[in-house]
Design a protein around this ligand. Structure first.
Ligand code: G4P
Length: 529
């Protein structure tokens, strides 16, 4: 097959949701359809439930599982689908943000009882930054949920995106009858089935006013559906694929993942409309996937489970050309060639050695410390993929070394954990105080545990009164120098040596911003001046 054909075959995406909306369940059903697993219950969730908060073994176990399920490749109707898993636990949200840089589109799962939840809003913000195409799946229709029109309004309002329903529920909860497919004008009746994947019986109803509808769903439901459809057609413009592809409109489906209902429709539409691997921005130019030369970037690093060996797996998203095992590729940051003889592909839950891979694919590369998140590999061109920023953490603590004999180990451990993206390290200009910033408190427990377990270092974390880490810049270098001078005690450097202002409170940040209008304050590490 040619490079173009390989690209046309591929869809690389992620599923996002607030915890418990049904991401894991939907993932499992998609794998069932793809024939990648045979029965329900085979996918272990990478989520860490609340009761496991202080259970170290549980965290370690979950870390192991999440390597296996980090990327799930499967084939469906001649399409090669790469599903990138994102951690369900919100304390690991940063990992999710980065994974979203490696996908071409997203399926967003919303619980019809709870509606749009806080984590969904944050994740959508990241999608919007990159104009990632989104399909919404409103889940749990077998429960008494909120009014579907109300849900759609909430999605538009809270997620700041236009929606277009492509299917519509007929009643819900105990009286849920099924969905009407507005696109294909067909009716699918609800038959709960948790374990099997059945060819759902679709009933073609080209004219919704046909009385045959009443015989399937009852007179009252039929009447309601007709009224709803009329309203939908009146309120929402026709579905426009281009608007979806540019991230402006999200098509919406209704269903029940656990009952396997509405999933096939979602998947069929997904393979039809979801983007094939898209062109990507670099520091030099936009790289097209069809270019013959290989290029890709690291979006995730996972430490090996065996603490005696420092091997790590770097997850590389291929952006252009063909990746061949055993080839030398250029590591742009380190300006040197590296040979990749042991790359791994991910198929459903197995890892297998891969000889070649194509744009949209993810390969796992065993690494002993050369690669870090955001690194670019090419066939020699000195370009760097952009759009893999760090976001300001939300909780900050100072690292205090508790074992002077193990200072080196602590430093090494911290460095390596930061390279894995477990947390962000900020080093103050004055006094070299080290402050770790994370999105969720659970991260500190993971860091402390891993420092001890893998590096024999003992650290304590002292809470800091910091509200946000803001990357700073100015068009006027003199003004920037003045600012740094006057705020010395609050200036730190991130892992890439970029300047960061550690703001103590929202109000204070506002005041500083007002007082220094020539300084730009950014909440992500990547910005354009
Ligand atoms: P997550 O990955 O987004 O966190 O959610 P997950 O799939 O684990 O689903 C969360 C809970 O919601 C699970 O129940 C799951 O069975 C249930 N669920 C998923 N889809 C549907 C649906 O369509 N209808 C209904 N009624 N429930 C659904 P649990 O009790 O937490 O776990 P389990 O014991 O059922 O596995």
């Amino acid at each position: 097959m040619s490079l173009e054909q390989e690209i046309a075959k591929r869809r690389t995406f992620g599923i996002i949701s607030h915890p418990d909306a049904g991401k894991t369940t939907l993932t499992e059903k998609l794998l069932l359809f793809g024939g990648a697993i045979q029965k329900a219950g085979a996918v272990k969730s990478s989520k860490i439930k609340d009761h496991a908060r202080s259970d170290w073994m549980e965290i370690e176990k979950q870390r192991g599982i999440s390597v296996a399920t980090s990327v799930m490749g499967f084939n469906y109707k001649d399409v090669k689908i790469n599903l990138l898993d994102t951690p369900g636990h919100q304390d690991f949200a940063e990992d999710t943000y980065r994974t979203l840089t490696a996908v071409d589109s997203v399926i967003l799962v919303i619980d019809c009882v709870k509606g749009v939840e806080i984590q969904t809003e944050k994740l959508m913000e990241v999608c919007r930054m990159r104009s990632t195409p989104v399909i919404c799946f409103i889940n749990k229709l077998d429960r008494e949920g909120r009014d579907p029109f109300e849900l759609l309004d909430e999605v538009e309002e809270k997620l700041n995106i236009k929606v277009r329903p492509l299917s519509w529920p007929i009643s819900m909860g105990k009286t849920f009858k099924g969905v009407y497919n507005l696109y294909e004008k067909s009716l699918t009746l609800f038959t709960p089935s948790k374990t099997k994947v059945e060819e759902e019986g679709r009933i073609q109803i080209s004219d919704i006013h046909d009385e045959v509808l009443d015989s399937y769903v009852g007179e009252t439901n039929a009447k309601q559906l007709r009224a709803d459809v009329e309203l939908i057609e009146g309120v929402y413009p026709d579905f426009d694929v281009d608007k979806y592809l540019s991230g402006k409109v999200a098509p919406v489906f209704f269903g029940s993942a656990v009952n396997n209902f509405g999933v096939r429709e979602l998947l069929d539409t997904f393979i039809r409309i979801a983007p094939t691997p898209v062109p990507r921005e670099t520091t030099l130019r936009i790289v097209e996937p069809e270019e013959n030369k290989f290029s890709g970037f690291v979006f995730k690093i996972h430490a090996n489970m065996d603490p005696k060996h420092r091997n790590r797996i770097a997850f590389v998203r291929i952006c252009s050309g063909k990746f061949e095992r055993g080839s030398n590729y250029y590591h742009v940051r380190q300006q040197k060639n590296l040979r990749f003889s042991n790359a791994t592909a991910f198929m459903a839950q197995d890892r297998e050695t891969v000889d070649e891979a194509w744009p949209g694919d993810i390969v796992g590369i065993f690494d002993t410390g050369n690669l870090k998140i955001g690194d670019t590999l090419t066939e020699g061109e000195k370009l760097l993929y952009t759009g893999i920023p760090s976001f300001s953490p939300e909780i900050f603590k100072e690292v205090v070394n508790m074992d002077a004999m193990k200072t080196k180990q602590l430093e090494k451990g911290l460095l390596q954990l930061m390279e894995e993206g477990v947390a962000q390290l900020f080093t103050y200009e004055l006094g070299k105080k080290k402050v770790v910033g994370v999105v969720g408190a659970l991260q500190f427990e993971v860091i402390q545990f891993r420092l001890k377990n893998e590096y024999s270092a003992t650290a304590q974390f002292v809470p800091q009164n910091i509200y946000k880490a803001c990357w700073i810049s100015s068009k006027d270098p003199k003004k920037l120098a003045e600012f740094i001078d006057s705020k010395q005690r609050h200036i730190a450097r991130d892992k890439d040596d970029k300047l960061v202002f550690m703001a103590e409170s929202r109000a204070w940040l506002q005041m500083v911003q007002d007082n220094f209008p020539d300084i730009q304050f950014h909440f992500t590490s990547e910005f354009k001046d």
